[in-house]
Design a protein around this ligand. Structure first.
Ligand code: APR
Length: 320
């Protein structure tokens, strides 16, 4: 059987890392697409030349021509601009919306059967627009945010408790912005919910609150340190986890920006929710019940995403 074809739209920091990870994990043959001439070709050649040492079997090709993504099984979109210190993800909206239009048209023309994972920020609004521009079924277009936000939450928790990250589960709901909702009640260490760990005296509520806030600010913390761009290792790893679940029909339960048509009370919008990803794309949205406090935070986050979606409609009439 032929190897799956993975198209990476955007060959910048995240795109290059995605290509490297896809090769190391032998997920399929990789096409790196970018508008910058030489960048995708150079990265593809560099990664291909790591093959003899790593021993992976995958081809790498860089291109500036959408025709080369023809028949892709998976497209991961990072095309656009990242934020600089002092910028919020929302500041990128106008520029990256135009990019989503051209990317959506490229995917529609050449890879209409692909499972599409968007990473470009502001994520929830960009994936919504990308689905509209591409016209692909909503269950085949999703956004990567929750896996990354949850990974950050899990990392901070594992350091606080001094336990393996493998034994910490956590998930983050809502939009990929300052209003995201790290779910304390549904996050655990070896199955024990965080509120129980506070009662047991293993941590304090204050420490937990600080970790929740650090998770919300996780992206900005990295931007502040790097100064020239935003995070790329963990975002790439998170998207690869989603792509692998699709390609291998793993049916992982992963939080991601999925199209909600009434689930969790959200209508015609993309927002971070727990999903099942398998060969059918987003096969299920796990319609969890929230308590009053969680619902209030989630509603606030959804309202923030709605504001960005409305701004997109104001900029591009075809989306209204
Ligand atoms: N089509 C294709 N590629 C494009 C386009 C376009 N219309 N416009 C820009 N690009 C390319 C750039 O040439 C660049 O190589 O997108 C790439 C973006 O790479 P980086 O600037 O390195 O950004 P990166 O860190 O990879 O982040 C990409 O993901 O997390 C989000 O906020 C982040 O929106 C940003 C995106």
């Amino acid at each position: 059987m032929a190897r799956p074809k993975i198209a990476l739209i955007g060959a910048g920091q995240i795109g290059g890392t995605l290509a490297h990870l896809a090769a190391l994990k032998e997920l399929g043959d990789v096409i790196l697409f970018d508008i910058a001439e030489g960048t995708p070709q150079g990265k593809a050649l560099d990664i291909a030349e790591s093959g003899p040492s790593e021993g992976f079997d995958a081809t790498m090709k860089g291109t500036n021509d959408y025709a080369d993504i023809a028949g892709a099984d998976v497209c991961i979109v990072t095309a656009g601009v990242p934020r600089k210190p002092g910028m919020s993800r929302d500041d990128l909206l106008g520029i990256n919306l135009k990019v989503m239009k051209s990317v959506g048209e490229g995917i529609k023309a050449h890879a209409p059967d692909a499972f599409v994972i968007c990473i470009t920020n502001p994520l929830d609004a960009m994936v919504w627009a990308l689905q509209k521009f591409s016209g692909l079924p909503a269950n085949k277009v999703c956004g990567m945010a929750g896996v990354l936000d949850s990974a950050r939450f899990r990392h901070f928790l594992s350091v606080e408790f001094g336990v393996s990250m493998k034994d910490v589960t956590a998930f983050v709901l809502g939009g990929h912005g300052d209003t995201m909702v790290p779910s304390v009640r549904y996050s655990t260490v070896a199955g024990i919910p965080l509120p129980d760990l506070v009662k047991m005296g293993w941590t304090s509520q204050e420490k937990l609150d600080a970790i929740v806030q650090r998770t919300r600010d996780g992206g900005a913390e990295i931007v502040g340190l790097l100064k020239t761009g935003s995070a790329f290792y963990a975002p790439a790893t998170s998207a690869i986890e989603m792509a692998e679940s699709y390609l291998k029909d793993q049916k992982r339960v992963l939080p991601c920006a999925a199209y909600c048509d009434g689930e969790l009370g959200v209508k015609d919008m993309y927002v971070g929710v727990p999903t099942v990803i398998g060969a059918g794309g987003i096969e299920k949205i796990v319609n969890i019940t929230l308590n009053k406090e969680e619902q209030e935070m989630f509603d606030k986050s959804v309202a923030a995403v709605k504001g960005l979606v409305d701004a997109c409609k104001g900029i591009d009439e075809s989306l209204a």
